[in-house]
Design a protein around this ligand. Structure first.
Ligand code: ARG
Length: 465
């Protein structure tokens, strides 16, 4: 790998008469971001060279030298002593050049029977599989916190909303456990995607495979994949696994953004349902009285980049001819960005729930407004007086209108005013309209009844621990 006179690229420069334009270096180089694949790249090279030796494509002394060099490079990287160089484009060339510096000519054999095209996909798949597992563990952490908090609030009641209008009474635990379910599906999607990406592209070479008698089953197994991919052309063009990762992040991020929104609303002066702990709140630079829920707002706001990153890669891939095109190098930044920000959003959500103060009093106050038990009462009338639902509905609409005129709640009406289902019904209705009855009378599975919520919390605990 002698440098030629004009200092043209030492790998592919032999047919070139001019040095690269600095602008080419700027647009072409990916080392600033793909250095995050360094450890995967080294692992892939270790396994590839072992296979080459096993198949007698390189000698065992060459293999030993390569392995020694790669070990040194790994140590340099882990100690932040590796000098990444833009001139060598990407992580693959940076490592190969350094290997050459360290061990000389044997390094030139490492790239036998492979191309950067299959190498980069193998590295990237390994990185994404690892990142997916990391995300799943962060989701589990958050789920644990949700379950812990929920256990304390099975009987803490608050209004549940539809159209952001107070609708019916629910327990705080029931509301929080809704997020447990969303996160459970998210985790399912992430884990499921691993099954699909779990095929090893290494050995597909540039696009057509290789004339060397390599053992793809061996490298696949050593790298922890289920099996080698089946079609070399698909292998080097496929970025489904990155797209799926980004779309799973976007869906999970959409759940977190709804959580961020709920918290932001609950923390508002109008609701006062919760107080964010000081360590997750900020002040205003001009209004000294303010405490802002920036952390929750940013969780909500991260959704912009999650969907942006997904569409960015989807758009890059659309219409690309088979097989590899350099456009595909644009796959990494969106993936890294979405990953970093999802992990952050999961951690911050966790911190918010851990430290949040629940204002039970305010929640209760809100339950005592807007006749939130109207639907419960309709159900109760149907069950106890054998009325058709529509009839019960109308009767209750009638007493709500009286209460509205008197500027009070239906449970403030007199027993006589409440005698809508016969003479002694008013007394019974008044008794039924005790606020806690709303959740206690629920019977359906998956409802907000304390019994059901408790059951689901038990199931969740079994799933988590
Ligand atoms: N840095 C490149 C990428 O991320 C590696 C593959 C380069 N392949 C090529 N044929 N130039 O896509």
């Amino acid at each position: 790998m002698k440098k030629n006179k004009k200092n043209i690229n030492p790998i592919w420069g032999s047919n070139f008469n001019k040095q690269s334009n600095p602008l080419l270096e700027k647009i072409n180089s990916s080392i600033d971001f793909d250095k995050r694949l360094a450890l995967q790249d080294i692992k892939v090279s270790e396994v590839h060279s072992l296979m080459l030796q096993k198949k007698r494509i390189i000698s065992s002394s060459e293999y030993k030298l390569i392995l020694k060099g790669l070990k040194k490079i790994k140590a340099l990287i882990l100690n932040n002593k590796f000098e990444f160089n833009k001139k060598y484009e990407d992580i693959h060339m940076n490592i190969e050049m350094e290997l050459h510096n360290l061990i000389g000519e044997a390094a030139e054999k490492l790239h036998t029977a492979r191309s950067r095209n299959d190498q980069v996909v193998t590295d990237f798949k390994l990185w994404i599989i690892q990142a997916t597992k990391e995300i799943c563990s962060k989701i589990t952490d958050l789920q644990k916190t949700i379950v812990k908090k929920s256990s304390l609030h099975i009987k803490t009641i608050m209004p549940g909303f539809t159209h952001l209008q107070s609708a019916q009474i629910v327990s705080l635990a029931h509301h929080l456990m809704a997020y447990y379910e969303m996160l459970k599906r998210d985790k399912g999607r992430f884990l499921d995607s691993i099954n699909r990406m779990n095929e090893c592209p290494l050995g597909s070479a540039a696009l057509a495979g290789t004339s060397f008698n390599i053992d793809r089953g061996f490298t696949s197994k050593k790298l922890g994949f289920k099996k080698p991919t089946s079609n070399s052309m698909d292998s080097v063009s496929d970025r489904d696994y990155a797209l799926e990762f980004l779309s799973n992040i976007a869906i999970c991020g959409s759940h977190l953004s709804r959580f961020g929104e709920d918290i932001t609303i609950w923390a508002s002066d109008q609701f006062k349902f919760v107080n964010l702990s000081d360590d997750f709140s900020t002040g205003s630079s001009i209004m000294p009285q303010k405490k802002n829920p920036d952390s929750a707002e940013l969780i909500r706001g991260k959704m912009g980049r999650f969907s942006g990153n997904f569409f960015s890669l989807l758009t890059t891939i659309k219409g690309l001819p088979l097989t590899y095109s350099k456009d595909l190098q644009e796959d990494k930044e969106p993936v890294f960005d979405s990953y970093d920000n999802l992990v952050l959003a999961l951690e911050v959500s966790n911190g918010i729930i851990k430290g949040i103060k629940i204002n039970k009093k305010e929640m209760l106050k809100a339950c005592n407004k807007n006749n939130l038990m109207a639907t419960d009462l309709a159900d109760w009338l149907v069950i106890n007086y054998n009325l058709p639902f529509r009839k019960a509905y109308k009767m209750i609409a009638g007493i709500i209108s009286i209460a509205n005129k008197k500027n009070c709640q239906i449970n403030d009406l007199t027993t006589i005013e409440l005698n809508i289902a016969g003479n002694d019904s008013g007394k019974k209705i008044k008794k039924f309209l005790k606020i806690d009855n709303s959740i206690n009378y629920k019977q359906s599975s998956g409802s907000t009844s304390p019994k059901e919520v408790k059951k689901n919390i038990q199931i969740a605990k079994r799933e988590l621990y």
